[in-house]
Write a protein that binds this ligand. Structure first.
Ligand code: ADP
Ligand code: MG
Length: 291
C-alpha cells in the first residue's frame, strides 16, 4: 500500500498545479541534486514576439512572414506560434502547407503556394540551402536575439528576429533552488550559444550547453547523474527524450507539447516555474512525515 504521507503529498502538490505521477516520482523529487533546464518556453515565458522581419530577397517583409508563418502553422513550437500570431495580427492570408517535415527543435521543410520553403534555426536552414551561410552572415540582427531563417525555392529569403524574455523572478528562483540543495543547475538548449548567453545573463548557472539535438540533451542529463538524482525540465517535443532519461522529468504542461507531458514524471499544469521549488518542498515534507 502507498503510505498516507505520499498520497497526501501528491494531493497537496496537485492543489498547486503540480501533477506528480506516483509515489516514486515524489520520493525522487525530495532528493534532486542537479537541475537540467531548457531555455525556450521553460526559462523564458513562452510568449515570444516577432520584433523584426528582414527580407534578404525580392520578397516584401510581409510576404516573407506570410510564407514562413504558413509553414509554421504545422508546428507547435513556441517560435512557430509567434510567427503565426504576428502574421494574423498583420492580417496576412496564410496558406495551408503541404509535404511538411518537422525536425523538432530545429525547423521545418514543406511547400507553401507551390514554393518549397524551409523555416528554422540559421544552422538548420543553412545546411539545406546553398549560399545561405554567407547571406545570413551579411544580414544585420542584434547578437543574442532569437532568430529564424527562411529559405524559398532553394535560396535564402530572409530572417525574422524575435524577443523571448526570461520569466520574471528566475534568478531568485534558481538561487532558492540551490539553497534547497540543488547543487548543479545547467542549461540545455537547442538554440545558439550567443542567444543562450544573452538570455541567461545574470543567472546562477554552472554550465550552458547550446545547439543541442534531442539526443544531445539526453547526454547532458546523463553527465549530471554522478551528482545525484537529476531533474530535467522542458516544454518541447525536442525535450521528451531527455525528460524520459532524467531521474525526474518535469514538463511545462500548460503551454508545452503533449509529447513532453507524456514523457515526464511530473507535469506543471500551471505555467509557473516556481512550482519546481514548491514541488521539492512538498516532496521533502511528505518524506519527512513518511520516515
Ligand atoms: P530550446 O531547446 O531552448 O527550447 P529550441 O531547440 O526549441 O530551443 O529552439 C531553438 C531554435 O530553433 C529557435 O530559436 C529557432 O531558431 C529554431 N526553431 C526550432 N523550431 C522551430 C520552428 N518550428 N520554426 C521556426 N524556428 C524553429
Ligand atoms: Mg523549449
Amino acid at each position: 500500500a502507498v503510505p498516507v504521507a505520499i498520497v497526501s503529498g501528491i494531493s497537496r502538490a496537485a492543489k498547486t498545479g503540480i501533477l506528480v505521477k506516483g509515489g516514486k516520482a515524489l520520493e525522487i523529487m525530495a532528493r534532486v541534486c542537479a537541475l537540467v533546464i531548457d531555455k525556450t518556453g521553460t526559462l523564458t515565458h513562452g510568449e515570444a514576439r516577432v520584433t523584426h522581419v528582414q527580407s534578404l530577397s525580392s520578397l516584401s517583409a510581409d510576404e516573407l512572414l506570410r510564407i514562413a508563418a504558413s509553414l509554421d502553422q504545422a508546428s507547435k513550437h513556441i517560435i512557430a506560434r509567434a510567427l503565426v500570431q504576428e502574421a494574423q495580427q498583420r492580417d496576412l492570408p496564410l496558406a495551408l502547407p503541404t509535404d511538411v517535415v518537422e525536425t523538432p527543435g530545429e525547423g521545418l521543410t514543406g511547400r507553401v503556394d507551390g514554393m518549397s520553403v524551409i523555416v528554422g534555426g540559421r544552422t538548420f536552414v543553412a545546411t539545406r540551402t546553398p549560399g545561405a551561410k554567407e547571406a545570413l552572415a551579411r544580414s544585420k540582427h542584434p547578437s543574442g536575439a532569437v532568430t529564424v531563417a527562411v529559405a524559398v525555392d532553394g535560396r535564402i529569403a530572409g530572417i525574422l528576429v524575435l524577443a523571448d524574455e526570461l520569466r520574471s523572478g528566475t534568478a531568485h528562483l534558481l538561487r532558492d533552488l540551490r539553497a534547497e540543495g540543488v547543487e548543479r543547475i545547467v542549461l540545455a538548449t537547442g538554440d545558439r550559444p550567443d542567444v543562450a548567453q544573452a538570455v541567461t545573463a545574470g543567472l546562477p548557472l554552472d554550465a550552458i550547453h547550446s545547439e543541442l539535438t534531442p539526443e544531445n540533451k539526453i547526454a547532458v542529463v546523463k553527465a549530471e547523474k554522478p551528482h545525484g538524482p537529476v531533474m530535467m525540465v522542458g516544454d518541447g517535443v525536442n525535450d521528451a527524450p531527455a525528460l524520459a532519461a532524467a531521474d525526474l522529468g518535469v514538463a511545462m504542461g500548460a503551454k508545452g507539447a503533449a509529447a513532453s507531458a507524456e514523457a515526464a514524471d511530473v507535469v506543471l499544469l500551471v505555467d509557473r516555474l516556481d512550482r519546481l521549488l514548491l514541488g521539492i518542498r512538498i516532496a521533502r515534507r511528505s518524506r519527512g512525515i513518511a520516515l
